[in-house]
Design a binder for this molecule. Structure first.
Ligand SMILES: [Zn+2]
Length: 276
């Protein structure tokens, strides 16, 4: 189990952890959690993306302390909607939830608004906060690899490292950024044939840096990797075992071994035991 204390419990290698989702965005998260458990999912990291949704993440974490690890972050898409006190509010949540990490935050040049400068105004303080507190941090990076490297030069990453979630960069960038503490999580979106190029990058990810995620309700996998279809086309996090099987096939790796490895990597990265 992904316990609040971060202890490493013995689990079957079939059990899988979702390193990144937005469970609080579902209308009935309790039913979704039941389905996840029935599908062999042992826990997940639920990411808030704005001040508006942090309370819903906190609420779920209180109700499911042995299943949900909360993450609180200000997403680059919401950088221009922050309040003057956003950082104080974030710090209060991190005080309240010692097992929390920071995320989702990052840099995105796929969108025009807010500007990269404005995104940096919230991303750099979140990097600094992660480093000061020794917390894991989950980063969204889209078409912003150069600015990401510059940001990490300005605010060095925290000791636990950082997760590049739903990693869509090149294999070469994997080799460039892995030594700086990067982890890389794979989402089912990359199983679409048009995304085959992304699989090349995951072949380059070091064995101890690979994690699995759904990003649910976003990033739905293709139908053949969807065990839990939803009427609105959203991605159910219980699709994760099917997504893991798809990645294992693409990497030509035994699925049980792949899941065991990713579960261990997820537990190690988000463990609060290795924090300061
Ligand atoms: Zn996300």
């Amino acid at each position: 189990m992904l316990t609040p204390g971060g202890s490493v419990a013995m689990v079957s290698p079939h059990n899988v952890l979702d390193a990144h989702n937005h469970l609080h965005q579902f209308a009935d998260p309790e039913a979704v959690i039941d389905a996840m458990k029935a599908a062999g999912i042992d826990g997940c990291v639920v990411n808030g993306t704005s001040e508006e949704d942090w309370p819903a993440v906190a609420d779920l974490a209180v109700r499911h302390p042995d299943f949900i690890r909360p993450a609180f972050g200000l997403h680059p898409w919401h950088a221009h909607h922050r309040s003057a006190g956003w950082r104080d509010q974030l710090e209060r949540l991190l005080d309240r939830f010692p097992a929390a990490s920071i995320g989702e935050c990052g840099l995105d040049r796929w969108v025009d608004e807010p500007s990269l400068d404005e995104q940096l105004e919230v991303f750099l303080p979140q990097l600094a906060l992660a480093r000061e507190r020794g917390l894991a941090i989950t980063i969204h990076a889209l078409k912003a690899w150069g600015p990401l490297l510059e940001a990490l030069d300005e605010e060095p990453p925290p000791e636990p490292g950082f997760l590049l979630h739903s990693y869509g960069g090149s294999p070469e960038f994997v080799e460039q950024i892995a030594p700086r503490g990067a982890r890389f999580s794979f989402s089912g979106h990359f199983l679409h044939p048009r995304k085959a190029g992304a699989l090349e990058a995951f072949r380059a990810v070091p064995g101890d840096r690979l994690l699995l995620e759904t990003d649910a309700p976003s990033m739905p996998p293709p139908a053949e990797f969807t065990s839990h279809p939803l009427p609105d086309g959203q991605n159910h996090p219980a699709n994760l075992p099917r997504i893991a099987a798809g990645l294992a096939a693409a990497l030509e790796e035994d699925p049980v071994r792949l899941v065991a490895r990713c579960t261990e990597n997820t537990r190690e990265f988000f463990s609060s035991e290795r924090r300061l």
